[in-house]
Design a protein around this ligand. Structure first.
Ligand code: PXL
Length: 277
């Protein structure tokens, strides 16, 4: 059985980061170890007055103990990171636990809809670029991709513009890039992929639900990572992630108004457990 580490925050209420990564990765028959970057009462997207316990100085202590215990991981997946200083520590953790078959996935969870999330600044973006350089796969949305490549944010695009962005992202130092939330046609939404080793672009789309939801990036990244750890290639893993995220969204359409802060990913976990028995 594979064993991985995921580093991201615990938002106690809000169905994002560790509260979705842990069940999703576990449902894919992978042992999921966690390193919480911070504990928040809720996520920061839409709630006000949330608490934020920064765990930055815990990170090196926790990882030092794991090293002493000879604990190793088949993969590391980072999501929402609580501070710029933390990125420095996380880069050290990736180096300390590196071995030849390890897969590193960085979801630069820091922005959406043209804006950085609450609390992030240019210094954070600069450090995030360096963390992306340590990854085998990065999974930004278009906003994050623009911040990471110093490209002005855009909403209208064609295939050439997306491919230019994918290539720019790969120059951060990662082998594979998966750009999420891409749509060239009404009613379809999916991922654009770039394999910088082969110089090859790929796309996968499924139905677009014309509503906005929170936490879907984390659901995509968690299921993508689980699929890659299970041996799927970038295209097959993106397909799993797009299809699973759509199922989770479809389960939320009925009560989207009251359930604005996340999606009902739980009712779609069967899709992953059946696929990765
Ligand atoms: O879903 C990304 C995410 C994770 N963690 C926290 C967040 C967000 C997005 O807003 O606020 C704390």
């Amino acid at each position: 059985m594979k064993k991985i580490l995921t580093i991201q925050d615990i938002s106690c209420v809000g169905q994002c980061s560790l509260t979705v990564a842990l069940p999703i990765i576990s449902a894919m028959s992978i042992e999921c170890c966690i390193l919480p970057s911070a504990v928040l009462s809720t996520h920061t997207g839409g709630f006000t007055g949330f608490t934020f316990r920064d765990l930055t100085e815990d990170l090196p202590c926790i990882s030092k103990h794991w090293k002493k215990e000879n604990i190793a991981f088949d993969g590391i997946y980072t999501g929402y990171i609580g501070s710029t200083k933390q990125i420095e520590y996380i880069k050290n953790i990736i180096d300390a636990f590196k071995h030849k078959d390890q897969i590193v996935v960085v979801d630069p969870a820091m922005a959406d809809h043209g804006k950085l999330y609450y609390g992030f600044d240019d210094a954070f973006v600069s450090e995030m670029k360096k963390l992306c350089g340590k990854a085998d796969y990065i999974i930004p949305n278009i906003t994050e991709a623009c911040f990471l490549t110093d490209t002005p944010y855009f909403e209208e695009y064609d295939q050439a513009k997306i491919e230019e962005l994918l290539v720019k992202l790969s120059t951060l130092g990662t082998k594979y890039v998966v750009l999420t939330g891409i749509s060239f046609e009404d009613g379809l939404l999916g991922a654009a992929m770039y394999d910088s080793i082969k110089g090859e672009f790929k796309y996968y789309f499924n139905k677009r639900v014309p509503l906005l939801f929170h936490g879907t990036g984390d659901i995509f990244a968690s299921s993508f990572f689980g699929a890659v750890i299970n041996g799927l290639d970038m295209y097959e893993a993106s397909k799993v992630a797009v299809d699973y995220t759509l199922l989770a969204i479809e389960n939320t359409i009925e009560d989207a108004k009251e359930h604005w802060y996340g999606v009902h990913f739980e009712k779609a976990l069967y899709y992953l457990t059946n696929k990765f028995k």
